[in-house]
Design a protein around this ligand. Structure first.
Ligand code: CA
Length: 456
């Protein structure tokens, strides 16, 4: 009798401890902007577009000055973000063109892992990882979905906006609608921790903004930049609303908030040019120059990742790894992540840089960054020189610490460094899958196939 009472009490104590542990698991708010320029936030020095809410987030949280994504296009970097793996490992090198093209169902997402651990999960916004039923967000770990499945969307026309699978009658400007939906999702969470993936299509084309915000930027003469400013402002307003909702519900104290853009600003001909600026970086969306792959990158985790600046190179795959560690999520034994939990590095517990190298492959374009050095072959359309044919550059070597604008090629003067980086990249590349579809428009023999309409 005594024994069984003891064991019952012991079991109760264990259960209570487990419940208490479960309650301390943080909520996750992962916010992704689309096609933002590196220069276009206040915390990177932007003067003509106020972004007070993003600036506040960057001031209470840690700003990663060498924050990268795994590609210069929308869908590939989202595949990397959600799976925690370089997307070229599973053929997701380019944007899917519709039909049976989508993030392979062999890959598990961060939402799968968190949902399995009892999290309430939602995607609000852009998916862009396949439109067929098997690729639908609610088949990929998300309890709820409000938004659209493709790569871009009109901001005033609700055709294609769905809740789950059901078309909705949406009257609001799309960025405002996403803010409203995010507020509602946060407001109804009570017992379980939540994971909200808030994936804006702002500031991707089409360039459309509401009259009130356009009026705010009437002083900007260039119409495209004016519209872009209004769209950025709308996204910043939306982020402000969502962070305010976290505060109002008290969830802010236990929510890990992350913000990135999915790729660099599109500034060169042939891409979805939107009026963004990547200065002081060189290059654009669609290139492996830093302008295509280095993005605004912020994490705030109250009591853990707070006010600071982190300068070692990091990549969006690390957000996946950081979330898994923060939530104690269980993953399948055969899961091979490429990201690194950033918390020990930011807290100073681990003084080493998170990565010895970061790698990129986008058709014939490539890059590798090791420490301050970067080896890159890029789409020369980025050079904006109409007298030269558009091709892929020879391998160039830059020291990004001294030369953030990738202007001074050191390849000829540092051949050993070139060899070292090339060998490291070759090893990484040898383990990748061939692209499962599509191609880089600038790549020889990898042009867009007939009927393969990629949404940029
Ligand atoms: Ca994008």
């Amino acid at each position: 009798m005594w024994k069984s009472t003891f064991y019952s009490l012991f079991a109760l104590a264990v259960l209570t401890a487990l419940v208490a542990a479960a309650e301390t698991r943080p909520n996750i708010l992962l916010i992704v902007g689309d096609d933002m320029g590196y220069a276009d936030v206040g915390f990177h020095g932007c003067k003509d577009i106020p972004t007070p809410h993003l600036d506040k987030l960057a001031s209470v949280g840690t700003r990663f000055t060498n924050g990268y994504v795994t590609g210069p296009y929308c869908s590939p970097t989202r595949a990397g973000l959600l799976t925690g793996r370089y997307q070229q490992r599973f053929g997701h090198e380019f944007n899917p063109g519709g039909g049976k093209q989508g993030m392979p169902t062999s890959e598990k997402t961060i939402a799968d892992h968190l949902k399995a651990g009892g999290y309430k999960t939602a995607l609000i916004g852009k998916w862009h990882l396949g439109s067929e039923p098997e690729f639908h967000p609610q088949q990929r770990g998300f309890d709820e979905f409000f938004g659209f499945l493709g790569g871009a969307h009109d901001y005033f026309n609700d055709k294609g906006i769905v809740r789950g699978n059901t078309p909705v009658d949406e009257k609001e400007y799309l960025t405002d609608a996403f803010a409203r939906e995010a507020e509602e999702f946060i407001g109804k969470q009570k017992e379980s921790p939540f994971f909200l993936y808030l994936a804006f299509n702002a500031v991707h084309t089409p360039m459309q903004a509401d009259d009130a915000r356009l009026k705010k930027f009437a002083h900007i003469e260039d119409k495209q930049r004016r519209t872009y400013a209004a769209m950025m402002s709308a996204m910043d307003d939306a982020i402000g609303r969502v962070l305010a909702k976290l505060k109002a519900t008290g969830a802010d104290k236990n929510t890990l908030v992350m913000f990135i853009s999915d790729n660099g600003g599109p500034t060169m001909p042939g891409v979805t040019v939107n009026g963004s600026l990547n200065t002081p970086l060189r290059g654009s969306k669609r290139t492996t120059l830093d302008g295509g792959i280095r993005v605004p990158f912020v994490i705030h985790w109250p009591g853990k990742i707070e006010s600071g600046v982190f300068e070692h190179p990091v990549i969006q795959l690390d957000l996946h790894a950081t979330v898994l560690a923060a939530t104690g999520a269980k993953v399948p034994a055969n899961f091979e992540p490429d990201g690194v939990d950033l918390y020990p590095h930011v807290s100073g517990a681990n003084k080493k840089p998170p990565h010895d190298a970061l790698h990129w492959r986008f058709g014939p374009q490539m890059a590798i960054r090791m420490g301050d050095y970067k080896l890159v072959r890029y789409d020369t359309t980025a050079d904006l020189d109409p007298s030269k044919p558009k091709t892929i550059s020879p391998a160039k070597l830059y020291n990004l610490k001294d030369d953030i604008g990738e202007a001074k090629d050191l390849a000829a003067s540092m051949p050993d460094k070139v060899k070292e980086l090339q060998a490291k990249w070759d090893t990484w590349n040898s383990k990748l899958a061939p692209p499962a579809w599509g191609g880089n428009p600038a790549a020889k023999g990898q042009g867009k196939k007939k009927g393969n309409k990629q949404q940029e």
